[in-house]
Design a protein around this ligand. Sequence first.
Ligand SMILES: NC(=O)c1ccc[n+]([C@@H]2O[C@H](COP(=O)([O-])OP(=O)(O)OC[C@H]3O[C@@H](n4cnc5c(N)ncnc54)[C@H](OP(=O)(O)O)[C@@H]3O)[C@@H](O)[C@H]2O)c1
Length: 230
Amino acid sequence: MKNILIIGASSGIGLELAKTLSDNHQVYAYSRQRGELPVHANIRWEALDVEGEITFPGLPDQVHGLVYCPGTINLKPVRGLKAEDVRRDFEVNALGVLRVLQAVFKPLKSAPSASVVLFSTVAVQQGMPYHASVAMAKGAVEGLGRSLAAELAPTVRVNVIAPSLTDTPLASRLLSTGERREASASRHPLKRLGEARDMASLAGFLLSDEASWITGQVIGVDGGLSSIKT
Ligand SMILES: NC(=O)c1ccc[n+]([C@@H]2O[C@H](COP(=O)([O-])OP(=O)(O)OC[C@H]3O[C@@H](n4cnc5c(N)ncnc54)[C@H](OP(=O)(O)O)[C@@H]3O)[C@@H](O)[C@H]2O)c1
């Protein structure tokens, strides 16, 4: 049984992952609200805001996995983009990763092997209008992920998942009508939206020993959007 920290386990991808992992692992779950996170013997939840003070009291000596899920979708034309919005996007998506990692560095390095999973977006690989702020912040996550993978090898692996539009509360405004959902689905070569379980299953794999030779990768889970045209 591994000890796995999920930051942002109360909704969307992190929630799906917490539910799956808790069958076989001890999950340490954090978010501002508990949300829909079930009460389960293998799930310990504590309130945490990654924009505030970050501490993890009571963690075990060894942590085998860290997944960082907090993110923003703040789509605006560049003309109207405020510096404070860009700073906040950077803080939640990118700086939070670094601050969390520093706070769990010791137990993560103490495990014989450990895996860190971060989230980017398809909008880093493929330019999209109105995505400047999130692309800047998630571009930083991809750079940070590769840099950490180099610095923490060989004991800690670090990989980044880059989703396209996924049906979670974060994307609810973009998917608020049947027409929007259909239009978004049809933009993807695989003709559907992403589901939380599409991302959670890859995250679960990257956390597992099956992925023990994979590090420093940015992996698109995007219905083919970043790389193929049909
Ligand atoms: N959904 C998409 O279409 C999509 C597309 C591309 C990339 N992604 C990326 O995938 C990752 C997961 O997204 P998701 O769709 O699962 O999002 P979500 O449904 O909004 O879940 C985000 C989780 O992070 C937590 N969180 C947010 N702000 C936080 C803060 N300041 N401190 C602590 N916890 C915080 C939320 O809980 P609380 O609100 O209770 O704190 C929640 O548990 C994100 O990094 C996102 O950028 C998603």
